[in-house]
Design a protein around this ligand. Sequence first.
Ligand code: F6P
Length: 514
Amino acid sequence: MSRTRCDQTPAWAQLQAQFAHSGAGFDVRAALAQDPGRVAHFSQNAPHVFADLSKNLIDAPTEALLLQLARECGLEQHRDAMFAGEAINTTENRAVMHFLLRKPATAPAEYALAATKNVANTLQSMLAYAEQVRADTAITDVVNIGIGGSDLGPQMAVLALSEFARSGKRLHFVSNVDGHELASVLAQCKPQSTLFLIASKTFTTAETMANAASAKAWFLAQGGSGTASHFAALTTNVAAAQAFGISTTFGFWDWVGGRYSLWSAIGLPIAIAIGAQGFADMLAGAHAMDEHFRTAPLAHNLPVRLGLLDLWYRNFHGFTSRCAAPYSAALKRLPAYLQQLEMESNGKRVDAQGQALPFATSPVVWGEPGTNGQHAYFQMLHQGTDVVPVEFIAVQKPSHTLPGHHAKLLANALAQAQALLQGKADAGGHKHFSGNRPSSFLVLAELSPASFGALIALYEHRVFVSGSIWGINSFDQWGVELGKVLAQDIEPRLANGDVSGLDASTASLLQRLR
Ligand code: F6P
């Protein structure tokens, strides 16, 4: 499989010319008014997700050039290499196969992979355990201890799918090494009715190990007995979990990246919340999106269209961030999840060969649920000096019956997208809105395990698309290492006051914080 970095293709130069010619001054209001086919052209159906991309600063010729860019970069071959289980995570020499976790065991082997049987067996025992926990009325509290991918995905999913939770258990998520977090959860729990899930791909992450050790010490100090039935580990490093004293373990594999792991044993809290069938439905929704990404022509492939738009905005318009605005309180944690997914994957300054990049990569991804964001930072989105593309995510059918609320919520999502687009030219000075501010609008018919699974898989593949074209490795995260090493050096200094060799600012802060 050969990849060509985007800036080394003919399409890249053509896109630069296109941007200078018509991209920079593109007026999407005029395009919508003049082209009766625009909404249809820029609408895309994908499994469980509909997208209206027509309010973006893009026209059909530009999109055609972006598609040509994708082909010239070898996006399809790179995608196929991932689905064939090739070691596309080159710096760690690992395959990238989170999609395999969602492939039904009974599906025809279009892409035969040795791990399939192991995946099915592990999933079955994980789901059986989830059902056992659900049925165990003695367990009232489940505490997931993990951070990053071992926290954000499950936490987001449990909140998003709380309507489907029938287990009658309280689920808590402890990620921060800040002891206030664990202490406040422990204050609500009793050892004999608590199950701790220690979630860590590596089982070495400092924060998780510290929280796990404190949870175990608390459990024993409070007179807890039967560690085997009150602690389970979700990890690729089963030996380390056993050495820690946990005998109930659910494994996964090095080809599941941490930020892509909610479909693996890391998803156990989700399965405890929504049950084995709900979890299977979530996997099925994600699998449907995998198949869409794997087989739909690029021009009608939603992750591809979104990834190309991201690239157009980042590298040609120079927009530095994207706002994720789920108009759904249940999707409250989506922006935090997307931050890890996108910024840890594509926040890279060198290409897959280690060469410094002459162009920008990951935007800052940020956001809050609507309508809350409207009363906070939307001012800047409408009238600030920076253009920030906004991605609205709306759910058509509510799962509550309170009258009036949902129409108000949807009306606000539509109105904000409309206001960004139209602006208000008839007022001057402080009351002037320039408009022509881009947004995408994603719609789920309902928020269910299946649609949730599809939405998250959509984001995973979109990140693949932009990372692939940028020519980077989206599946490593060396940038998190330096801070971890320095923290190990600083921790004893906080106790002994040694500031030798530190820069003046760090030395002074360390003295203050002791
Ligand atoms: O430090 C970053 C990171 O490695 C993430 O990639 C990962 O999701 C998180 O830490 C937690 O890692 P683990 O699951 O191994 O504890």
